[in-house]
Write a new protein. Structure first.
Length: 234
């Protein structure tokens, strides 16, 4: 050990390279911590969804559909509860992330808390309805959690491009959710109509965003607010 440290002491180049690596690792760790502070709710929801996806196949072996609904909704409620705790703990923290394209603050934290509380009430109140309709509850639960994560991320956007990405995230979940009843012609028709209208609206949104970026050179909401609030002289 003494020989190793002596060699490192003599070889200044190796020491500088090691210090450089340590600085990079610390910087990456700091970026990860900032991302966790900003996207704590979304990360909790996505990790819970991933765990629910891998361990949920054992739930599918239940013979009774009522038991399947109870178990799936219980797991969804647990994930939402832990996400709610994470949202409350970070409600007063203002943290930007991903080159200031997202930002978590007290307003987005309050919005996440309200959304998660409403979703918990929805899960508890829809038990009897889901048992009577006999939907594919396992897949529907995963889509439900993914949709909530996209909605929480939508409240933290700071640019028009990230707004577009989060809207598309929500749209993909809605496409699949609408056509869940494969035997229903109305569900397939509604999903197709929604998809066609969404494609048309997406093209208009991208055209408007690209035109705005070409005109003013930025998509940041704060910068756009400053630019458009400047009075124009005659």
């Amino acid at each position: 050990m003494i020989m190793i440290y002596g060699h490192l002491y003599l070889n200044e180049k190796v020491v500088k390279e090691l210090n450089y690596i340590i600085i990079i690792v610390m910087a990456e760790s700091f970026d990860i911590q900032i991302t966790w502070l900003c996207f704590g709710v979304e990360v909790t929801l996505l990790l819970g969804t991933l765990i629910f996806f891998f361990i949920g196949f054992a739930v599918l072996n239940l013979k009774s559909y009522a038991e399947l609904v109870d178990v799936c909704l219980l797991q969804v409620a647990i994930i939402l509860f832990f996400s709610l705790i994470r949202a409350i703990s970070a409600m007063n923290i203002r943290v930007p992330a991903f080159n200031n394209t997202f930002e978590s603050n007290s307003l987005t934290g309050l919005g996440s808390v309200i959304v998660l509380i409403l979703c918990l009430i929805l899960v508890v109140g829809s038990v009897d309805y889901l048992k009577s309709e006999k939907f594919p509850i396992f897949e529907l639960s995963i889509l439900f959690l993914l949709g909530i994560a996209g909605l929480c991320a939508l409240m933290k956007v700071k640019t028009l491009f990230t707004l577009y990405l989060c809207i598309e995230w929500q749209s993909i979940v809605l496409y699949i959710s609408i056509c869940f009843i494969k035997a229903s012609v109305y569900a397939i028709e509604a999903s197709l109509i929604y998809y066609l209208f969404s494609v048309f609206v997406t093209l208009l949104l991208l055209f408007g965003v690209s035109t705005l970026y070409y005109t003013v050179g930025t998509l940041d909401f704060n910068k756009l607010n400053v630019l458009f609030s400047v009075p124009v002289e005659d």
